[in-house]
Design a protein around this ligand. Structure first.
Ligand code: PRP
Length: 217
């Protein structure tokens, strides 16, 4: 395919985008205007390198990549597992490191013995289902929420939550603890399978540069 085609990279809005862009800058890929905090623009172009960046809500990034609207997506492993899209996961960027955990008040620990039918609030129903049904063999009721998950056990919506723990401060400040750890998480580079074939050279170079940069950190 012609070198004139733009390679499109989808990033998750928020903390992760910033860290990802820092890493990209280290391998000579910069996109200055994306760092402007006041901009409402959604797409940013690096003309020289023929790259296009856009910012999307985390769970939408694998969707853009699966449909080829983005060739590449940088997204947390949590979202990759939850969304179950047909995309290649090709590189662990070792940033945005955190853990997927079952959390709640200490008093809820005894409810995780496999016998109790408890309520589990989460933004990640697929991950929670897989963990409780297939790994723990515990029948639970899963309640999907969209944010501030820690509220659920405090106000009595659920006994426990399945959520991301990074520093642990949200849990601490709300009197909750990690009860069980499900898996470690970090940001991954994902690629559309067709793009991987059609733009193989450019994508592999980017992955090699990022990989080398990670090794030298
Ligand atoms: C995430 C997560 C926890 C918090 C964990 O929420 O859902 O609430 O961060 O981080 P910590 O261990 O460093 O305190 P996020 O800030 O993404 O917002 P949300 O509540 O809208 O999901």
């Amino acid at each position: 395919m012609s070198a004139e085609r733009y390679l499109t990279i989808a990033l998750c809005k928020g903390r992760l985008a910033k860290q990802t862009l820092n890493l990209f800058e280290k391998v000579g890929i910069s996109c200055r205007e994306i760092n402007d905090p006041d901009t409402r623009k959604l797409i940013f172009v690096n003309e020289e390198l023929k790259l296009r960046f856009f910012l999307a809500k985390g769970p939408d990034v694998p969707t853009y990549v699966e449909y080829g609207a983005a060739d590449i997506g940088v997204v947390g492993k949590d979202i990759i597992i939850e969304e179950q899209r047909k995309i290649y996961e090709v590189l662990d960027l070792d940033i945005g490191k955190c853990r997927m955990c079952v959390c709640g008040p200490e008093s809820a620990r005894r409810l995780l013995n496999g016998q109790e039918r408890i309520r589990v609030a989460t933004k990640y129903p697929n991950i929670a289902k897989e963990y409780f049904y297939n790994q723990k063999n515990q029948t639970v009721e899963i309640i999907k929420l969209n944010g501030s998950i820690e509220l659920a056990p405090i106000v009595g919506l659920s006994e426990v939550i399945v959520d991301i723990v990074e520093t642990g401060s949200t849990l601490r400040e709300n009197g909750l603890v990690v009860l069980e750890e499900i898996c470690p998480l970090s940001a991954r580079v994902t690629v559309n399978p067709v793009s991987m074939r059609m733009e193989n050279e450019r994508i592999m170079k980017l992955l090699r540069d990022l990989g080398a940069c990670l090794e030298n950190r």
